[in-house]
Write a protein that binds this ligand. Structure first.
Ligand code: XUL
Ligand code: CO
Length: 478
């Protein structure tokens, strides 16, 4: 097989294996009889070996402790936990099996019984709450179909969902735990092969709408603060069979209906669009932040939505995460971050936990400039590597991701307070502090006037951009 064909196969299969269900693991041998136990009220400890994770400071050698993330510590007048509002992604942490296009599941968590039943879904939900509490995290994110199994009909799926959501509501009691956001899974089921809101089939459009309606209702019921639209299959494989204009008009109608329904039920959460350029489709309509912003402006939806920027999606679209965050921020659209990263040598969505302190620092520079991102937060849309198979790896991965972001915050504050980077930028644009700069910025300089000025100024002085100095200042703070 040629390299390029192999890569395309990998992409397709990778998309197909995303988010479990079809390939649930078989009952693991070490279940000690729990496989046959169909009860959904198993209240045993899911993580008996894991203590509550505490802050121990940078000199700690304990992998099950925070070194940099100190939830209650104030940074720039805000507690660290409020800067981040960290969230666990249910689909990766509790439904990721480690299967990939070439191999079967590698993760057999001790609480799994190998089924996709409602009782298993409830047990998993209990595991989720214990995980959140041990990590000290108040937020989690979900798709409707990761937390409850699909039924044979929409009504049956909704009933399954209600049952699991009722348990989640119960488990939330007495805690601050809430969904950071909910969403509808509109990409796994074969009915969505042409998309949901952009499907060529009108019946699928209606089905997708019904699914979003329900997902929004349960997100609201659980006190979720945002609702996400990731257009997994809202795109095309070839323009030869696609009416792109019509599909985009349909997508806009879909979003209009979502806004109307949100208002009707009094859901006060933010609606978020999550850009991604490709995968699973060849071309996804919400390619990047700028494309999504243009779409929202064209259809008059710009005031109703914000963006959920995912770092790995940013790099897939040929940008840095910093670029996507800044594009969202300067458009007033920065709503949430799916905190993960890709692999520099890999061309697809590897969804790794972000551990690069430099990248985290740039992310936090944008977040600080934005004054924070609440009611959004940092959702770990990230998964363990296939080869990481211990339960404690789930904790270590999240701790490492949280510590990296905390280091990013601390470094960004250092850079800000030290001041030489902003001084460099200020100096670089200082010619704009002149009378002429002011006139241009106030829209008072037409071309005739500028021509007069250009003659008056003569050959303008052009200064160095000082990129190496900027990089030196940035890296000195790491
Ligand atoms: C896929 C992705 C999704 C969204 C939610 O790349 O990021 O998990 O975050 O549908
Ligand atoms: Co995401």
């Amino acid at each position: 097989m040629k390299k390029v064909e192999f890569f395309m196969l990998l992409l397709c299969l990778n998309a197909a294996s995303f988010l479990v269900s079809a390939d649930s693991p078989t009952c693991p041998a070490d279940m000690g009889g729990q496989c046959s136990d169909d009860s959904d009220d198993w209240e045993g400890e899911f993580f008996p070996e894991i203590p509550n994770i505490k802050y121990e400071g940078p000199s700690s050698k304990n992998p099950l402790a925070y070194r940099w993330y100190n939830a209650e510590e104030e940074v720039l007048g805000k507690k660290m936990k409020d800067w981040f509002r960290f969230s666990v992604a249910f689909w990766h942490t509790f439904r990721g099996t480690g299967s990939d296009p070439f191999g079967a599941a590698t993760k057999y968590w001790p609480w799994e019984d190998g089924t996709n039943s409602v009782s298993m879904a409830k047990r998993r939900m209990r595991a989720n709450f214990e995980f959140l509490k041990k990590l000290g995290v108040d937020w989690w994110c979900f798709h409707d179909r990761d937390i409850a199994p699909d039924g044979n009909t929409l009504e049956e799926s909704n009933k399954n969902l209600d049952e699991v959501v009722e348990l989640a509501k119960e488990l939330q009691k007495g805690s601050k735990i809430r969904p950071l956001w909910g969403t509808a899974q509109l990409f796994l089921h074969p009915r969505y092969m042409h998309g949901g809101a952009t499907s060529s089939e009108v019946g699928v459009y209606a089905y997708a709408a019904a699914q979003v309606k329900k997902a929004m209702e349960v997100t609201q019921y659980l006190g979720g603060e945002n609702y996400v639209f990731w257009g997994g299959r809202e795109g095309y494989q070839t323009l030869l069979n696609t009416d792109m204009g019509m599909e985009l008009d349909h997508l806009a109608r879909f979003f209009e209906a979502a806004v109307a329904y949100k208002k009707k039920i009094g859901f006060t959460g933010t609606l978020l669009i999550e850009p991604k350029p490709q995968e699973p489709t060849k071309h996804q309509y919400d390619w990047d932040a700028a494309t999504a912003a243009n779409f929202l402006r064209k259809y008059g939806l710009i005031d109703e939505f914000k963006l959920n920027i995912e770092c790995n999606h940013a790099t897939l679209s040929g940008h840095t995460c910093h670029h996507e965050l800044e594009t969202a921020r300067i458009n007033g659209l920065l709503g949430n971050i799916d905190a993960n990263t890709g692999d520099a040598q890999t061309g697809w969505d590897t969804d790794q936990f972000l551990t690069d302190v430099g990248e985290a620092t740039m992310v936090m520079m944008s977040v600080i400039k934005n004054g924070g991102i609440a009611p959004g937060g940092f959702n770990f849309d990230a998964k363990l590597r296939r080869e990481s198979t211990d339960v404690e790896d789930l904790f270590i991965a999240h701790i490492s991701g949280m510590d990296t972001m905390a280091r990013g915050l601390r470094n960004a504050v250092k850079i800000l307070e030290e001041g030489s980077l902003s001084e460099l930028v200020r100096k670089r644009y200082s010619s704009w502090d002149s009378e002429l700069g002011k006139q241009i910025e106030e829209g008072k300089a037409d071309f005739e006037y500028l021509e007069k000025k250009a003659i008056e100024i003569g050959e303008p002085k052009v200064s160095s951009a000082k990129q190496e100095l900027a990089e030196m200042i940035f890296h000195s703070a790491m």
